[in-house]
Design a protein. Structure first.
Length: 564
């Protein structure tokens, strides 16, 4: 836990420091610091600002409607329906149906926290020495923020200093400029980052991973069809796989524990801590209130998110990732052990008495869900996401680390590049099989062939929705169903494997946009799922610049397809 303490101390102290320069200070107070009053030789002061730069990655990822939601709520695995008698709905429905606009809460938070983080990195880089590990770390954090902004918005302002005149309005640059900036920065700092593994800090292999992501998605960002950047991605990935010294964790769940600092698979993590750096509200967002007892959690969950049934249908019957990721059916109380830990689902059934919204009896999550909003979902509908460890007592998931990059991701990216390049395809299949092996008892179940990976998806795409009302009413006459399937998805088998391995890990939106159908559309736009319908529109591939930031900076130009 030593690394936690160093990083969290900086985060806590950093909250005292303002990025905006003030003038005419008569004493050295620490809530308003000028450039002149900052003692750059004081490691605590500089460290606190660096800590705040790191902290904003946590805020970006787990702030309300944060990066986790942004990458998953609009995809085909996970959703937050309108809960009849509870609430929810609104912007989550827009995310699911791809009907968002410039006021979407998710993009407000992402833009804000990314640029606050960039502001802190710039302030640090304005005063840090030109060379050294500290400046390399801050350039990495700045670059990963810009990678996220590029992926979400494309054309955004590029700011590299806080030393700007009063009234300065950041100028927007095109996506190629952002891409080239990130590539240049990451390549420049690899050696200074070094190869030491420190939980929560980047090393050269974390830089390799960001570069590989940029290269893998190049054709999406710039609407090209070139193999050049798959080759570049392979070069970055081979450095991780050959020299990084990482290995797959023995158990899939080892990467989603509250503390993942001991996982040999994690390449870059965002550390959280129950006391000093709390976030990750999944325990409350997903579970029914009574369902907290299944894990010994003594909080009061809000009953929101659940699985999309069509995705659950795709799992192999013997894939342990299903129960590692989702809980459904009858829920049972956790048993408290002598050491204070809890064994989930090991006790008696959990009573659940409600009104006509969900029936009475024991808590039992249903596999099926009526709809996203018409009428919505009843209280016990939908399997719940429990991949992020739920710790008993008052901890829940609030202190759970984020595995932002892990070795399995590098292995899958290499497999994808090889398949897209049409070479060493058996190596690609072997990589995917190696990742799958820990999740199956039988090797034959774990094995994936080249033909399977290159074939279509087994996801049964199409609109699926019950519009009838009543918790126990599944009137087939009210059932809306279209049949699209996944046979026309290029590399659809690989897309399926990405879902099973990385559900709930800020992957799915990006993956769906990158994978195409035989008619040229990507899966994100071209397929229907649950209550989301297929479209020929392509502006959903990126988000609009948030209205509030457009209003505050007249130099910004709104993204194509979103008006003003």
């Amino acid at each position: 836990m030593k690394q936690y303490k160093k990083l969290i101390y900086g985060i806590a102290v950093g909250s005292l420091i303002s990025l905006a320069a003030c003038t005419d200070l008569t004493e050295s107070v620490y809530d308003k610091l000028t450039d002149e009053s900052i003692d750059t030789s004081d490691s605590d002061v500089v460290g606190s600002m660096m800590g705040q730069a790191y902290a904003n990655l946590r805020f970006l990822y787990w702030g309300w409607n944060g990066y986790f939601d942004l990458m998953d709520e609009c995809a085909d695995l996970y959703m937050t329906p309108k809960r009849i008698g509870v609430g929810w709905g609104d912007l989550y429905v827009n995310m699911h149906k791809h009907t968002w606009n410039t006021s979407l809460g998710h993009i407000e938070g992402l833009w804000n926290f990314a640029y606050v983080g960039i502001g802190y990195t710039n302030k640090c880089l304005d005063i840090l020495p030109e060379y050294g590990t500290s400046q390399a770390e801050m350039r990495f954090v700045r670059a990963i923020n810009y990678y996220i902004l590029l992926d979400a918005f494309r054309n955004v302002p590029l700011e590299t200093t806080q030393d700007v005149p009063e009234g300065h309005l950041p100028k927007q640059v095109d996506s190629k400029t952002i891409f080239e900036f990130c590539v240049s920065e990451l390549n420049a700092i690899k050696d200074e980052l070094g190869d030491k593994k420190v939980h929560g800090k980047p090393n050269r292999y974390a830089a390799n991973m960001v570069l590989a992501k940029l290269y893998l998605n190049y054709n999406v960002y710039f609407k090209t069809d070139t193999n050049e950047f798959y080759e570049k991605a392979l070069s970055e990935l081979d450095e991780v796989l050959t020299n990084g010294g990482y290995s797959l964790a023995e158990n899939y769940t080892d990467n989603f524990k509250a503390d993942i600092s001991s996982s040999p698979e994690v390449i870059f993590a965002i550390p959280l801590h129950k006391k000093f750096a709390t976030h990750n509200y999944l325990v409350n967002k997903c579970l029914v209130g009574a369902g907290a007892a299944a894990y010994g959690y003594d909080g009061a969950p809000w009953n929101g998110s659940c699985a999309i049934p069509q995705f659950l249908d795709t799992y192999h019957a013997n894939d342990k990732r299903f129960t590692d990721t989702w809980t459904g059916g009858e829920q049972r109380e956790a048993i408290k052990n002598s050491d204070g830990t809890y064994t989930p689902q090991a006790g008696d059934p959990i009573p659940f008495t409600s009104d006509d919204w969900s029936g009475t009896g024991n808590l039992n999550y249903s596999y099926e869900v009526h709809s996203i909003d018409n009428p919505g979902a009843y209280q016990q509908e939908g399997y719940r996401f429990v991949k992020s460890e739920i710790v008993g007592g008052d901890a829940g998931t609030y202190g759970n680390d984020v595995a932002f990059f892990r070795l399995a991701d590098a292995m899958f990216m290499k497999a994808e590049c090889l398949l897209r390049l049409g070479r060493d395809e058996q190596t690609a299949a072997n990589l995917v099989t190696e990742v799958r092996t820990r999740n199956f008892e039988n090797a034959s179940d774990a094995t994936r062939t080249v033909a399977q990976l290159k074939g279509g998806s087994i996801y049964d795409y199409g609109h699926r929705e019950y519009t009838c009302e009543g918790y126990s009413n599944w009137d087939r006459a009210s059932y809306i169903s279209t049949q699209e399937g996944g046979a026309d998805i290029i590399l659809g088998g690989l897309l399926d494997d990405l879902a099973w391995e990385f559900v709930g890990e800020h992957h799915r939106r990006q993956d769906l946009i990158r994978f195409k159908m035989s008619d040229g559309r990507n899966v994100f736009n071209g397929k229907s799922w649950f209550c989301k319908d297929a479209t020929n529109e392509t502006h959903w591939d990126y988000f609009p610049i948030p209205k509030s930031f457009m209003d505050s900076n007249i130099s910004l130009v709104q993204n194509e397809g979103y008006g003003n």
